[in-house]
Design a protein around this ligand. Structure first.
Ligand code: TYM
Length: 337
């Protein structure tokens, strides 16, 4: 009888910092694309808590948000049976490989990182070493699991490219230790902009322009009704990111939550002004977030379930992470314990 061999699934990995409440940018740029991949890929998703302390955090808030984030991952459709969900600090190999990769990441490379430049401008009182070497830890997060793809929003592309450079540099010295992963960036939703300022990305540091996953619907509708649209005289829904960044951002959000193309959206709102379009986008977002909010609050109430999920996740993650770290330690010349 002929033996059938199931081909090994490709691996996907990504993480989000629990440094603030999850928002629409995190959802459309990242999580939404993760949930659909569980059958096709072997998937690892984590709460990047080690990264958050590069900026000062309130400890109680950090703990609460980490668990809320896990509940929201599950509510967004990440089934813990099919995806390995874990908390970064529960797998010490991240910090261990992070140190090693610090020694293979160049000062000049780290100095060029946009996120470092932005964050050090915002937190001038606390430009610490961790903020600077953050991308080496991120490279460790990724390379430990030998993933094929890293699904992220556009803003993380530069860090993913640095990860590839570090992996290639290490492999050139020691042989094929790391798989060199590809960033996996969707066309629609990869860069959601602030509703208050469509030329800067949606981020928790600008709450007026940011829609949070667990936000109350009245507040979401207010933010969409107040969204900055363009000061052209045209008052028509047309996709033109350079000319009409405000309307194009709203079209991007509408396309991402409804699955409609820009052509379909232009036809749907032909002859309607921004006054009709803006609340329609708000309604569509509310409908998409409603089941997530309801499900997340149910999951969050069951602390035992959440604990089982992250304990089991850490165990599964550590198994793979440990294998890679052992190989790295051996290659660089550390004596085995
Ligand atoms: P973070 O926590 O800032 O963001 C998490 C994810 O959300 C995406 N994102 C957006 N996408 C579209 N539009 C936006 N306005 C928007 N804002 C955020 C981000 O691109 C990201 O995918 N360094 C990472 C966390 C991290 C990580 C990793 C990611 C740590 N280790 C390993 C992947 C693999 C970060 O700060 O993302």
């Amino acid at each position: 009888m002929e033996e059938t061999v199931t081909p090994k699934k490709k691996v996907m990995l990504s993480g989000i910092q629990p440094s603030g409440e999850l928002h629409l940018g995190n959802y459309l740029g990242a999580i939404k694309n993760w949930a659909a991949r569980a059958d096709e890929f072997e998937c690892y998703y984590f709460m990047a808590d080690l990264h958050t302390i590069t900026v000062r955090q309130n400890p109680a808030d950090l703990r609460r948000r980490t668990l809320e984030q896990l509940a929201q991952y599950i509510a967004c459709g990440l089934d813990p049976q099919k995806n390995t969900l874990f908390i970064q600090s529960h797998v010490p190999e991240h910090a261990q490989l992070g140190w090693v990769l610090n020694c293979y990441t160049m000062f000049g490379e780290l100095s060029r990182m946009t996120q470092f430049k932005d964050k050090s401008a915002k937190h001038q009182e606390n430009i610490n070493g961790g903020l600077f070497t953050y991308p080496a830890l991120m490279a460790a997060d990724i390379l430990l699991y030998q993933p094929d793809y890293v699904p992220v929003g556009e803003d993380q592309k530069q860090h993913c490219e640095l990860t590839r450079d570090v992996a290639i540099r290490f492999n050139n010295i020691y042989g094929d230790v790391f798989k060199v992963p590809e960033p996996y960036i969707q066309k629609v939703g990869a860069r959601i902009m602030s509703l208050g300022n469509p030329t800067s990305k949606m981020s928790k540091s600008d709450p007026a322009g940011c829609v949070f996953l667990l936000e109350d619907e009245n507040s979401i509708m207010k933010k969409f009704k107040r969204a900055i649209t363009d000061s052209d005289t045209e008052n028509c829904v047309r996709y033109a990111p350079d000319e009409k960044p405000g309307v194009s951002n709203l079209m991007g959000i509408y396309a991402a939550v409804t699955g409609k193309s820009y052509d379909e959206i232009e036809k749907e709102f032909a002859g309607c002004g921004y006054g009709v379009f803006k609340p329609a986008v708000g309604e569509a977002v509310c409908s998409a977030l409603r089941p997530i909010r309801e499900e997340a609050s149910k999951i969050l109430a069951d602390k035992t379930y959440l604990k089982n999920v992250y304990t089991d996740g850490a165990e599964r993650a550590a198994y793979i992470a440990h294998k890679t770290l052992r190989k790295v330690y051996k290659k660089v010349g550390f004596v085995e314990r």
